[in-house]
Design a protein around this ligand. Structure first.
Ligand SMILES: Nc1nc2c(ncn2[C@@H]2O[C@H](COP(=O)(O)OP(=O)(O)O)[C@@H](O)[C@H]2O)c(=O)[nH]1
Ligand SMILES: [Mg+2]
Length: 445
């Protein structure tokens, strides 16, 4: 292995140690790593996405060379993901046996359930490019309006997971649907948010354009749709390309389209250089999210503790006041002349009962108030986050914080599980937060 390969392996090993070291803390705070572990020396992955018939499978076949591996056609051909990996002995596998052929970092895909797994295919092929990259073909994206085609698994969740594991994402459009497919737009606003650094846009099938204005219209529409879907200032690079098809002679930009295709192919072949950066970026995101979740949980816990202290103090004052008042009133009234005998016992017993009832009432009241407070806090998590991170959020460079926040909100809600008594606030160690923040700093340097 070359020098770069060695340093990549060292980084991957180091990251695995970090994941392992903080696994307990993550579990304690209810955080589930996006990437369980980094598979040492694994190949980079390239994910192909886009509406159906945008030419994903055709491009993959072109990259593989030789006979076609993926089915192509105008009608939707696939509703599951297909992962193409290298092997001298060619074979196909589906479901769990497919998963077992993949590196360990894909293990979390089981979380998407049997409907997803039954459609997950791994094709082992003896093709040169697969020695350098893993190619992932995805089911064509559809319009939400196409009622006849429905997913029976969490498609966007799966896209997010696949995209997380990929080092390059090719999002493909064709002249027919330049960014108008519901799912393609939804993917950009949802599961692909924060991944624009590894996203490449392909305006494919450029050989179909009749003339320049036809092309300009499609390109303009694509940019318009992308600009609405991606909340970033710079659009990712757009390649206008095509894969030559028999009987299809381009009317415009024949050479430019082939040049763009070569650039795409080069970028895919050389995506190994990106893996190190991506693995590091993924770890940075994971630990940043963990740190964010921990800090917010600790903040909420502090708030709860403050309210609980106030309630305790209030209850104590109420208890002393009511019990004291009962004692003085009753003794003054009944025991002034005769401070002994049966009446005295009855008075002391009454004071005891009043004290007990007051304590019980204060306890029930406190619990109710804490319950309301907790519900209220969990309903206004966004505001608490904005307040806690006010300093960081004013910096223009911290756009990532809000994206991370969206990812960790659920975990925070779960940490303050409403089925538990609000008086028993879960204990979380502050020191652990500093450790995780130190990891984030280290990954930034
Ligand atoms: N003219 C032209 N047709 C293409 C191109 N790429 C794919 N096709 C055709 O488009 C149809 C759908 O392609 P396919 O690869 O199955 O799309 P997928 O659903 O995105 O995988 C097939 O009939 C292909 O022959 C291209 O660059 N130019
Ligand atoms: Mg296909």
């Amino acid at each position: 292995m070359n020098k770069t390969g060695d340093s990549a392996t060292t980084l991957e090993q180091e990251l695995n140690k970090l994941y392992e070291k903080h696994r307990k803390t993550a579990a304690r705070f209810g955080y589930s790593y996006q990437r369980e572990a980094v598979s040492i020396g694994a190949l980079p992955c390239v994910l192909f996405m886009g509406n159906h018939s945008s030419g994903k499978s055709t491009l993959i076949n072109h990259l593989l060379g030789g006979g076609p591996v993926q089915d192509t056609g105008v009608a939707p051909t696939d509703d599951g993901f297909t992962i193409l990996i290298y092997g001298e002995e060619e074979s196909d596998a589906v479901g769990l046996s497919a998963l077992s052929l993949l590196p360990r970092e894909n293990g979390k895909l089981t979380a998407f359930g049997p409907n997803f797994l039954n459609k997950l295919k791994v094709k082992v092929r003896n093709r040169e490019i697969l020695k350098r990259v893993v190619l992932i073909d995805s089911p064509g994206m559809i319009d939400a309006l196409e009622e006849s085609i429905r997913r029976d698994y969490d498609f966007f969740g799966a896209v997010h997971r696949m995209a997380e594991l990929s080092d390059l994402i090719m999002l493909m459009f064709d002249p027919d649907k330049p960014g108008t497919t519901g799912e393609a737009i939804e993917a950009l606003t949802g599961p692909l948010v924060g991944m624009s650094f590894k996203l490449r846009i392909l305006l494919n099938k450029c050989d179909l354009f009749q003339n320049v204005s036809d092309y300009a219209r499609a390109y303009g529409a694509l940019c318009w749709n992308l600009a609405h879907a991606m909340p970033i200032k710079d659009l990712p690079k757009i390649y206008s390309c095509y894969v030559p098809q028999p009987g299809c002679i381009p009317r415009i930009g024949a050479e430019a389209g082939i040049d763009a295709l070569h650039q795409v192919a080069d970028e895919i072949r050389n995506s190994g250089e990106r893996r190190t950066d991506n693995v590091r970026a993924a770890a940075h995101k994971d630990f940043s999210c963990l740190g964010l979740q921990m800090r917010m949980i600790l903040r909420l816990r502090e708030n709860f503790k403050g309210v609980r202290m106030n309630l305790l103090f209030g209850s104590l004052v109420l208890f002393l006041a009511v019990t004291g008042a009962a004692y003085f009133t009753l003794t003054e009234h009944f025991l002034r002349e005769n401070p002994s005998g049966f009446v005295a016992w009855a008075v002391y017993l009454s004071v005891g009962v009043i004290a007990l009832l007051t304590a019980w009432g204060a306890f029930l009241f406190s619990r109710k108030v804490l319950c309301i407070y907790r519900e209220n806090a969990l309903a206004h998590l966004d505001e608490i986050f904005e307040k806690e991170y006010a300093d960081e959020l004013v910096q223009e460079t911290r756009d990532d914080l809000r994206q991370y926040w969206e990812l960790v909100k659920v975990g925070i809600r779960n940490a303050f599980d409403p089925s538990r008594s609000p008086l028993r606030i879960p204990f979380f160690a502050t020191q652990k937060l500093q450790d995780v923040q130190a990891v984030v700093k280290r990954l930034e340097s």
